[in-house]
Design a protein around this ligand. Structure first.
Ligand code: NMN
Length: 171
């Protein structure tokens, strides 16, 4: 039985994340999904709360073929302590999946195997691009980058209005 760990901010959860999770599901038996920077919300870079992001991920993985745990992970001030923090919050895992250079460095130094999942059309399916589209879009262009379940959560919480306001672009 092999269990993986995959952390992201999921601001918001988009098709790029879904693709990576499908790859992970082909390679391991279980995955722990860490909702990173859980304490952050209501900013342009981090518009959604940990609870909202948990709902986005959970609803999008309804038919996901392997067991998955979703855990919120607050940031810690000391990068050197982050892996210990993650280990204390997560079910035990055998391998981490990440393309984030800092995450790769910290896990590698801690002796944890890191696999780098292939990224699918990185420039299109990136959180930054989706958030930019949310701020600028007039006709729900952003909704093309996320599963319908995520668009549903964003609508329910009036998320577009929120991100436009915090970006100062709500006129
Ligand atoms: O690649 P993204 O989507 O940004 O996700 C990585 C997550 O891991 C972020 O939430 C980041 O804050 C988190 N992280 C936190 C620390 C820390 O708290 N010192 C270190 C490395 C990664």
């Amino acid at each position: 039985m092999e269990r993986a760990f995959y952390v992201g901010r999921f601001q918001p959860f988009h098709y790029g994340h879904e693709k990576i999770l499908k790859t992970i599901a082909e390679e391991v038996d279980e995955v722990v999904i860490g909702i990173g920077s859980a304490q952050k919300s209501h900013s342009v870079r981090d518009p959604f709360t940990a609870g909202e992001r948990i709902e986005m991920v959970l609803k999008s993985l309804e038919n996901f073929p392997i067991r998955h745990y979703i855990i919120p992970l607050q940031d810690v001030e000391y990068n050197a302590l982050w892996v210990s923090h993650v280990k204390s919050m997560s079910p035990k895992f055998d391998v981490a999946y990440s393309n984030n250079p800092l995450v790769i460095q910290l896990f590698t130094e801690a002796g944890i195997e890191v696999r780098r999942p292939a990224m699918h059309e990185r420039n299109i399916y990136s959180g930054t691009a989706v958030r930019k589209s949310m701020i600028e879009s007039k006709n729900r262009e952003w909704a093309e980058f996320v599963p319908p379940t995520v668009a549903g959560v964003v609508d329910e919480i009036n998320g577009i209005c929120r991100i436009k306001r915090v970006a100062g672009n709500d006129d």
